[in-house]
Write a protein that binds this ligand. Sequence first.
Ligand code: HEM
Length: 367
Amino acid sequence: MSDQTSSVHYINYLDLDKILNAQHPLSGKKNKSEAHEEMLFIIIHQTYELWFKQIIHELTSIMSLFKKEKIDEENVGLIVGRLDRVNKILDVLVQQLDILETMTSLDFLDFRNNLSPASGFQSHQFRKLEVMLGLKIKERHQFGGCPYHSQFSGDKKEEILELEESDSLFLLVEKWLERIPFLNMKDFDFTQEYKQAVSDMMENEASEINDSKNLNENDKKIRIKMIEENKKYFDNIFNEENHLKSIEDGTTSLSYKATMSALLINLYREQPILHLPYRFLRKLVEMDHKISLWRFRHVQMVEKMLGQKIGTGGSSGQGYLKQTVDQHRLFEDIANISTLMISRVYLPELPEDIKSELGYNFSNKNK
Ligand code: HEM
């Protein structure tokens, strides 16, 4: 049996003396009575910060794989696995709020004044995470007229400003989608074929409505109008110039080419070579949803704890936080690819030679 003086010991390896002595409640000091719940408040925040560290570790590795000119299939598998881990951690981060909510608003008031002006708003790792994913200053919901990084100084501020300048995960994914070589394969021009398929689908739907014996004239009118609206949406996305305009006015973020690639991956996901990229895009959307879910659950908790009180960081509290739930999403355009999808019956059939290029080598040899 080894003791604590041996070279590797559980206590030393995990640096537990440091970690377990890093909880310093402020209540109970200077003749104030001790607030029992403050320990929970500190430990919850510390565990969040540890998990943020692990998420940043995973994202850094994912991003460095994306920075390579060519990402082979083995690496896409690794990326999907690591992103899946990030998503599992995010599940835990949402659940942890349940533990904190065992503290009541009255319990919180026993020590809240001691914290001011400290706030989760000053979490450097949370900001790093947002910036690494791709949240830009101009897209942030601001309060008090100061940029979010005015909360930091020295090395911490510099690190954030440098990150703002470097490639985010959003940008790296966009570039990767733009590089994917399947949009124009041999004689198969995906965008043209797909536009035709969408137009055929809409024509069919319109004639089915017009010929229907079950719909009255008013119902027909409404349904035809819906198809026309849908057509406008498709025209807007498929038209490169319109797409560029929507990027300029901030309604879209993902480039035209990247959107077309993401659409192709989603539609032909059953082709072996596209399956991992498809799973990756799904995991990205899941991550975006889980972060939003955390933001939403955090606001609900803030409402329970503070009602309409302002935050210790000086924001309007829940009013500010509510705005971030939707406004700070990053991969919404990838989730919205579903709007562009059509049912399998209308999907352009891939030519056989292209199918075999997208398949596994061993299955092609057997053909
Ligand atoms: C009693 C529990 C909590 C209350 C009442 C609370 C309250 C608030 C408030 C009011 C804000 C807005 C900024 C401000 O004016 O201070 C905020 C921001 C924030 N809080 Fe909490 N919080 C709590 C727990 C947590 C926990 C456990 C975490 C985990 C790390 C956390 C992380 C954050 C982060 C990252 C922000 C910045 C969000 C953004 O700007 O998008 N908070 N919190």
